[in-house]
Design a protein around this ligand. Structure first.
Ligand SMILES: O=C(O)CCC(=O)C(=O)O
Length: 300
């Protein structure tokens, strides 16, 4: 249920105009803090076991920030977030009625970290071109070779949003502990930021239980943590139904967890074909079957 004080009309308008929105008090503070504690305990366990794998968008030389991946496997407490009505309303607005959960991860900024370089989440989109002009081949795109330039709105065609990222604040997010920075309106530029350049950024503060959502084209990054505590965020990252997911949730979800998930959550994480894409045998199946349960070589 969406609490009466949540202004979704305003949130959607901000996403369209500014490329991000902040929605306070989506979760009770007590639930946010329980999720934050679970993340910190999991993070400590993964670091102790050398399972704290680095993510490529972190700043060079950062040795403390941590990602905790595949949270569906790491506690029932995480599973309500992707289907939360506020998350679904924003994903429906930005991506349309069909969309996938692309990852459910946590990003923790610890004291003595480095600020993450600004980036756009849908850096992998081939750019529109006028016929005859050089184009970037889809398989040659990397995080760095997209079009660079100003964050100001473009006067040429640009791609629409293919991603909506939602950061759930499980602790307070402050300027001191590394709250996410965004460049307002950069989602309309058609560009990605030039490394090393400075831009007019806004650092979005919020209390535990709030969410910050941004359009996949918006330039953003985590901030510097000069406090003495961890900043814990959980990201429900959604993408269009034809986009390869950032986390391979179909393969990566433990089979025991998969058997407990609702059909609604299974569909959201990629078990439902989209106009045949993602099928394993019958394109009309509501939920796909495992390869082991589909036909292989048959004789007569
Ligand atoms: O942790 C943050 O504040 C930003 C995370 C981020 O850049 C991302 O999920 O793409």
């Amino acid at each position: 249920m969406i609490a009466g004080n949540i202004d979704l009309t305003r949130a959607c308008a901000d996403l369209d105009e500014l490329g991000f929105c902040m929605v306070p008090n989506v979760l009770d503070q007590s639930i946010a803090s329980e999720i934050g504690d679970r993340v910190l305990s999991q993070a400590a366990g993964e670091r102790a076991a050398a399972l704290d794998f680095e993510y490529p968008s972190e700043a060079d030389g950062d040795e403390v920030n941590q990602w905790v991946y595949q949270l569906l496997n790491k506690g029932e407490i995480f599973r309500a977030l992707p289907l939360h009505p506020v998350a679904q309303a924003l994903a429906n607005h930005v991506l349309g009625k069909e969309h996938l959960l692309s990852t459910l991860d946590s990003h923790i900024t610890y004291p003595n970290n480095k600020a993450m370089p600004l980036h756009a989440d849908q850096w992998w989109m081939p750019q529109p071109v006028v016929p005859g002009e050089p184009l970037m081949r889809a398989g040659n795109i990397d995080r760095a070779n997209g079009p660079k330039g100003s964050p100001a709105p473009a006067n040429r065609p640009i791609n629409g949003p293919l991603v909506l990222n939602i950061m759930w604040m499980m602790t307070d997010f402050t300027v001191n502990n590394g709250a996410t920075r965004v460049v307002p309106r950069s989602h309309l530029s058609g560009n990605i930021p030039t490394p090393g350049e400075t831009y007019d950024e806004l650092q979005v503060e919020g209390s535990a239980g709030s969410i910050l959502a941004w359009d996949g084209r918006t330039w953003h990054g985590s901030g510097l943590n000069t406090s003495d505590g961890a900043r814990v965020g959980v990201t429900t990252y959604f993408a269009g139904p034809m986009i390869r997911q950032l986390g391979n949730l179909v393969y990566g979800t433990h089979s025991a967890v998969r058997d407990e998930l609702s059909d609604e959550l299974l569909a959201l994480i990629g078990f439902r074909p989209f106009n045949s894409y993602g099928m394993t045998d019958d394109p009309g199946n509501d939920l796909i079957r495992k390869g082991d349960d589909t036909a292989g070589i048959l004789g007569q």
